[in-house]
Write a protein of this length. Structure first.
Length: 258
């Protein structure tokens, strides 16, 4: 049996005056080496996409992190310059894919920007510059360090007993690498909070009525997916769900030649 395939929506990036559709290497590597699946990058367009045409051809959806933020207009808030940068093509690609993947019971793992997209796609809202709120830590990336230092595992989150993630990682406290300046404000009605930071910030959710694996985390399991036990277990569970979905699909048969 060939390896199943997951879709990863791309970001729009500009290099040397040219527009690129891009996905960070760590997500593709984690899909291949920790989840054991192949990945297709889905170009980002603001209009013209058929989400079902994409999902017909894959076995899972991996929604990655990004330097951009979901546009506040999508959750009913007027945008300010501080809320950016934005990527409207990414929004227009990811949010419909998330909703249809859940509807179709296609396994979903959403990371960083992805958990925020998941929340907005299902009717929730986001808070910006959370470090300015009373009692909330500064979750932003540290300054003056290399990428390994930026993504160092240094924050404690508490996984709720009986949650979906507790079945994978166990309940209680684990250490993760969470770095972000936005977070879930109003949790979407269809989402269950799975884990929180010590300051109460939502760090993981699951889709309450999902018929397949449908989990979002604010931290970055992709970065250490091959070496950190918790990160590896999360990607392995996603990979198992993707393989199970692929195994249950009707096999495609070649057309008969007259």
């Amino acid at each position: 049996m060939t390896k199943p395939i997951v879709a990863i929506p791309a970001d729009i990036r500009s290099f040397d005056g040219a527009t690129w559709h891009a996905v960070q290497h760590q997500y593709l590597s984690a899909a291949l080496n920790a989840a054991g699946v192949m990945a297709f990058m889905i170009p980002a367009f603001e209009a013209g996409y058929d989400s079902d045409a994409i999902l017909d051809r894959v076995d899972g959806l991996l929604v990655s992190g990004s330097a951009s933020n979901v546009h506040p207009a999508l959750y009913g808030v007027e945008a300010t310059d501080r809320d950016g940068p934005f990527d409207p093509a990414r929004d227009a690609t990811s949010l419909p894919l998330i909703r249809r993947a859940i509807d179709r019971a296609i396994p979903l793992l959403a990371i960083c920007r992805g958990i925020q997209e998941l929340n907005v796609a299902l009717g929730g809202s986001l808070a910006s510059e959370i470090h300015e709120q009373p009692g909330i830590w500064d979750h932003r990336r540290p300054e003056g360090v290399d990428r390994d230092g930026m993504y160092a595992i240094r924050q404690t989150v508490h996984i709720k007993e009986g949650s979906c993630i507790a079945e994978i990682l166990g309940p209680g406290d684990i250490r993760v690498n969470s770095l972000h300046r936005q977070a879930i404000a109003r949790t979407a009605p269809r989402l269950q909070v799975e884990a929180t930071a010590e300051d109460g910030t939502v760090e993981a959710v699951s889709v309450i009525d999902a018929r397949a694996f449908a989990v979002g985390v604010q931290w970055h399991p992709e970065y250490w997916a091959e070496t950190d036990k918790a990160s590896n277990r999360l990607f392995a569970a996603f990979g198992d769900a993707v393989r199970s979905y692929a195994a249950g699909k009707l096999p495609m048969t070649a057309p008969e030649i007259a």
